[in-house]
Design a protein around this ligand. Structure first.
Ligand code: HEM
Length: 147
């Protein structure tokens, strides 16, 4: 997949994940799934864990997409330092964020950790947004160079 579409898909999936995270928090569902990494019932848990399970499933998908975008930016010959930085910082943040998610559960929704989880999520969104903008700029510059 071309880097700009990969970056855009990553941004959309991340936005959906943050939306689901906000719902988990506001609906008080944060501790419905007490185990880590899977909920009780394994890969196909029952309905009571559904929303939290979706949050984790989309988190793994987001993590894979963020790392794939970083790899794409490192192997793309037209990529500059800016996109390499934002995509690599984004990959570091997504790993931190998934680890934090586990800690949020382990420490029973400690307020400081939940606040850090939100803060890192916003920073991650900023990095993924910048990466997508830089990726579209690479494509535009490549097209202009050919004309
Ligand atoms: C890229 C990965 C992730 C992102 C971007 C993300 C983002 C978010 C966001 C934006 C919220 C709402 C926070 C708030 O409104 O205060 C949230 C809530 C939450 N997240 Fe994540 N999350 C990620 C991964 C995970 C993982 C792997 C887990 C662990 C199982 C997890 C567990 C939770 C829990 C339990 C809440 C609800 C906290 C509460 O009840 O207040 N998150 N997440």
């Amino acid at each position: 997949m071309a880097i700009q579409y990969l970056a855009l898909t990553t941004l959309i999936v991340l936005y959906s994940l943050m939306f689901v995270g906000g719902y988990v928090s506001a609906a008080g569902l944060g501790l419905t799934c007490p185990d880590w990494p899977l909920c009780p019932g394994g890969l196909m848990p029952s309905d009571e864990y559904l929303i939290e399970w979706i949050h984790r499933l989309v988190a793994v998908t987001t993590g894979s997409l963020v790392i794939a975008t970083m790899i794409a930016s490192w192997i793309n010959k037209s990529a500059d330092k800016k996109i390499k930085f934002t995509s690599t910082f984004g990959a570091a943040l997504v790993i931190t964020q998934i680890t934090l998610g586990a800690l949020v559960i382990d420490l029973k929704l400690h307020a400081v950790l939940v606040a850090i989880h939100l803060g890192v999520g916003i920073l991650l969104f900023a990095m993924v947004l910048l990466t997508a903008l830089f990726a579209f700029r690479i494509t535009r510059n490549t097209i202009q160079a050919k004309v």
